[in-house]
Design a protein around this ligand. Sequence first.
Ligand SMILES: [Zn+2]
Length: 342
Amino acid sequence: MAQHFLLSARARDLDIGEIHRLSDADARMRFRELAWPDTAGEPVCPSCGGLDHWTLVEGAKWKCQGCKLQFTATSGTCFKGRKLSYRQLLVCAAIFANGVNGVAACRMAREMMIAYKSAFVLLHKIRQIMGSDEDAARLGGVVEIDGAIFGGSMPRLPNTKALWADFFEKNKAAARKKRRLIVVMRERRGEDPDIPAKVRTFLLNKEGDAIEIARRIVMPETVIHADFSTQWEPLHLYFETKRINHSESYSKDGACTNHAESFFSRMRTAQRGVHKIMSGAHLSRYAMELGWREQYCRKSNGFQHGLIIGAVGRSKPSRTFLGYWRKRPANDDGDFFAQFAA
Ligand SMILES: [Zn+2]
């Protein structure tokens, strides 16, 4: 049997220890080279994209000669207003890349010696840019589409069986309301294993809502595989569509959605083994992150690290997560966890 990619030497070319040992100037330069790959680390104005600048602080701060904006390597990106050093950001991205099923905020907080709230926001900022960064590329070839429900589990049963009927009556509707649907569209891998097959995820109300999205982001000559859910019927109008009846088999006459199911398996593993709780409010970002991980699962951690910082360089400040904790009503970590327990 072929060796699993993660067991091979090709999977690892990123040394976190080496990043820790970088001087401030070297870490800054490393960050710049990854964030501005087109100019080999030379500053690019985040406002007008101009390359002409005056240097205010050598290697760290510049003023655009076009729009007169003063900027650093993280100005105008999702890390705008950061308090972490460039070295810490590089290490965070490396830890993120190394967690094949994701990284929990509690773990990041301990690894980096930062507050849980900082780690939570930092990770969500990275998740947010993982998906949005790839929007332009359309899917083609053979694409599998499927949906899965996450969240909405019941609270723990009461101790006494006599109370269970009442308990179900009381909590069932509330639990149902917390259910969320994630739809995945996933290309099948082509013959060249080095070209990643694209994965896109969407938080939707019903599977049928994905049809319009598919028309927009999937190329017309694509063959789409879907299950027997009636929600997928309209696909036949727009694409060559193959359907698989899961009550009979998982693969028949060349039709299957096993690759899409495999993505959901990764999501369930991440929920069970890493995050424990993926709150409905943040589920779409977890899905985007895991879709990105699925897409680049055959790429080394060094390559993924470069992709993350490169995406940071192209990102815009996050409206949701800039000042996230300040915008929330005053609460401490205890209250924050309590909302999920309720
Ligand atoms: Zn400018």
